[in-house]
Design a protein around this ligand. Structure first.
Ligand SMILES: C[S@@+](CC[C@H](N)C(=O)[O-])C[C@H]1O[C@@H](n2cnc3c(N)ncnc32)[C@H](O)[C@@H]1O
Length: 219
């Protein structure tokens, strides 16, 4: 098991791993590996777009590096959230999820991992949770909605601290079924830049997540 240049991420062979904050516990059926008395969880790029972003060439040390607080939009059952929880054991991870069914699983995960603060809410209405969340160092969004870019810039506006980092996992065909992917991504990128985000990375997540592009930047 070798450390990588991404903060807190390890590699063995072609696999990526994070150090398991809850040794002995799996979150989504992932492989566990113990090396020199430390347990690692395999981070599957087919299950987590953040892992796909790394495998497809994200810059080091990764947008979460050094974050003390994170706003995560679209937590679902907590697959990616659980790896961020491993990566940032001392940070506060505020996770917004609007589906009550998914939220139940997320809540159960948060009971076992004290750095996760789940919020059953709608990412389209950040004013409902911004006071609780406060300024954060990293905003991550994966909500697969038509208005993804607008939701993202509004959350960045209310919650991202100056100098903070932000990643939008853009699901191209949720924006529009018609038109070229290139044009849809270009328009989303322009929307982010008009909202004063400097976009430093634009990375296709294919073949791990089809028709998804990661747009990463900072304020
Ligand atoms: C693709 S899944 C997220 C997967 C998750 N990020 C992961 O990697 O483990 C998208 C999630 O976004 C949630 N979602 C969609 N629109 C939302 C909104 N407006 N506010 C909060 N959550 C939303 C959905 O309920 C769904 O659970």
């Amino acid at each position: 098991m070798e450390p990588t240049g991404w903060a807190g991420v390890y590699r063995e062979g072609r696999g990526l791993y994070t150090l398991n904050a809850r040794p002995g516990e799996r979150v989504y059926g992932e492989t566990l590996r113990t090396v020199d008395g430390r347990e690692y969880r395999q981070w599957d790029p087919f299950r987590s777009k953040l892992a796909a972003f790394l495998v497809r060439g994200a810059s080091e040390p990764g947008p979460w590096a050094g974050a003390r607080s994170v706003l995560y939009l679209g937590g679902a059952h907590g697959t990616t959230v659980s790896h961020l929880s491993d990566l940032l054991p001392d940070a506060r991870l505020f996770v917004v999820e609007k589906s009550p069914a998914s939220f139940g699983t997320l809540l159960a995960l948060a009971r076992r991992r004290s750095n996760i603060y789940p919020l059953l809410d709608d990412a389209q209405l950040p004013e409902r949770y911004s006071a609780e969340v406060g300024p954060v160092d990293f905003v991550y969004q994966d909500v697969a909605q038509r208005s993804q870019a607008a939701i993202f810039i509004e959350n960045v506006r209310v919650a991202l601290a100056p100098g903070g980092r932000a990643v939008l996992m853009l699901k191209v065909r949720s924006v529009s079924q018609r038109g070229s992917s290139v044009a849809i991504v270009r328009e989303a990128r322009r929307t982010l830049e008009r909202a004063s985000l400097s976009i430093s990375e634009e990375i296709s997540l294919s073949p791990f997540a089809r028709e998804h592009v990661a747009l990463a930047g900072h304020r």
